[in-house]
Ligand binder design. Structure first.
Ligand code: ZN
Length: 482
């Protein structure tokens, strides 16, 4: 096993919702309240409407000033201009019975919980939504701004000027995301939703293939998930209004100092050029151990962007499955335990011998210990969320989830499932049991980058997969494998 990325920062449905017996609904409602998983309930007064309503909006979130960029520990200076803009985009939905939801995509590295919670609270209050009805995703571009505490220990200590810029960008971001979601709801009109899956093969498992092997051999080692989940929104007249799509690959083609959305930015630009008036929204899937290879050049980011746009277009032009106007959602936060923290001796070794960004982590925890602080034993808020739109289920997981998760979920529950990662809270990498045992960046040292006290404890994979299974059952799915 090796970690070879450029820089070290880095079925069948049993029943339709309407056919669930009243008793079952009551039991489900009780369980959801008890566990704070949530099932959205139809609003009253809209029973006559039997189609989706949908609206989309977008806003530029490119910082106006040059400031520190997110993602790579190797960068040693702030941004210097842009290649193209960064965007927040929102897709608001309302089903035939008045249940609402909003999916938000951002061209950002990921949002930490403290920042995301402010956004959730404002959007939920403004639109009377439960937590399960809002998804806040990110593209994980490594060419966007530093946002709040996400990945805080890979950067050097910021001076006052940079701290003020980050704080003011945070305020701007919150206001812009909330306003964008509001505009999407305002623009809702009757719509048709459809889904389909395409394929694009530029993602490479970065743990199992070196850049040289990628260039010299067609025999790439997996695992990877090359599927391209696509949701389309059309007006009742058939005009394409919104495309929501994903891909399981890090947005790490580029590492220069110009703002850009990496390959996913180019894909969105291409799709919005091709389908005039359409909002194209990207979310990162289980890309924790996946990189575009080869990489480093703007022309490569453009190439991957166009490849992904072609894959999305082929789904849009082909047969897609129409989705009935029925929405349901689930949400729960899990407590994930950390393994025993390293000893003082181990921390001192890292503080002395490791790369600078790891030294910062070790010094931080040595300082805390000297002050008598006890490291956290667990992360209590790992978010697992799922939406059902007609027959299409979309799962949204927090953190930098490695590809083993989407492969396992689809093997167990159906290949038609969409699995987003980097959603709601990006607090760390989420290794599978295999990757955790192997170690390396995604299984071990990335926890330093995220400022976590230790690696995850064993059992993390089954804990998350079990919760995904619980939610899928609640949404009426039947497991494929026993
Ligand atoms: Zn990453």
């Amino acid at each position: 096993m090796r970690t070879n990325f450029l820089f070290p920062m880095v079925s069948t449905y049993k029943k339709k919702a309407g056919a669930v017996p009243l008793l079952a609904v009551c039991i489900i409602g009780f369980l959801c309240t008890a566990t704070y998983g949530q099932r959205s309930k139809p609003a009253s007064g809209n029973q006559g409407i039997l189609s989706w309503k949908a609206g989309a909006a977008s806003a530029i979130i490119t910082p106006e000033e040059n400031m520190w960029m997110s993602g790579y520990a190797i960068r040693d200076k702030p941004s210097d201009g842009k290649l193209h803009d960064l965007w927040v985009k929102a897709l608001a939905l309302e089903d035939g019975k008045g249940s609402k939801a909003v999916f938000i995509s951002t061209d950002l590295i990921g949002l930490s919980r403290d920042l995301a919670d402010v956004i959730f609270e404002r959007i939920q209050t403004a639109h009377n939504l439960r937590r399960s009805q809002v998804i806040l995703s990110s593209s994980h571009t490594h060419s966007g701004p530093v946002v709040n505490s996400n990945l805080r220990l890979i950067y050097p200590e910021f001076d006052m000027e940079q701290r003020q810029k980050i704080a003011s960008y945070r305020t701007f971001l919150i206001q812009t995301v909330v306003r964008c979601a509001g505009q999407a709801f305002q623009r809702m009109e009757p719509a048709r939703l459809a889904s389909g899956t395409g394929i694009s093969r530029f993602a490479v498992n970065r743990r199992n293939n070196t850049p040289e092997e990628v260039l010299n051999s067609g025999d790439l080692k997996g695992p990877s998930d090359h599927t391209v989940p696509v949701l389309s929104v059309r007006s009742l007249r058939g005009e394409l209004k919104t495309i929501l799509f994903g891909y399981a690959c890090h947005c790490t083609t580029l590492s220069n100092n110009k703002w850009n959305g990496d390959y996913a930015g180019y894909t969105q630009i291409e799709l919005e050029k091709k389908y005039s008036g359409c909002v194209a929204m990207f979310y990162a899937c289980c890309a924790g151990d996946q990189n575009p290879e080869p990489r480093g050049l703007i022309v490569q980011a453009e190439q991957y962007g166009l490849e992904l746009a072609a894959a999305v277009s082929s789904v849009i032009k082909g047969p897609m499955r129409e989705l009935a106007p029925e929405f349901a959602s689930e949400y729960r936060e899990l407590e994930l335990e950390f393994a025993e923290p390293p000893t003082d001796e181990a921390l001192k070794t890292v503080a002395r011998d490791a790369p600078e960004w790891q030294q910062r982590w070790a010094r931080h925890y040595l300082r805390e210990r000297s002050e008598g602080k006890v490291p956290q034993k667990s992360y209590p808020h790992y978010p697992v969320q799922s939406w059902k739109m007609g027959r299409q289920v979309l799962i949204a997981l927090g953190g930098e989830v490695v590809v083993d998760y989407s492969i396992r979920i689809k093997n167990e529950w159906g290949s038609d499932l969409f699995v987003a990662a980097y959603s709601n809270d990006v607090m760390a990498y989420i290794p599978s049991e295999r990757v955790l045992a192997e170690g390396g960046y995604e299984g071990e040292t990335s926890m330093n980058a995220y400022g976590q006290p230790s690696v995850w404890a064993g059992g993390i994979e089954n804990k998350i997969i079990d919760e995904v299974g619980r939610q899928l059952k609640m949404l009426g799915r039947i497991r494929k494998t026993p």
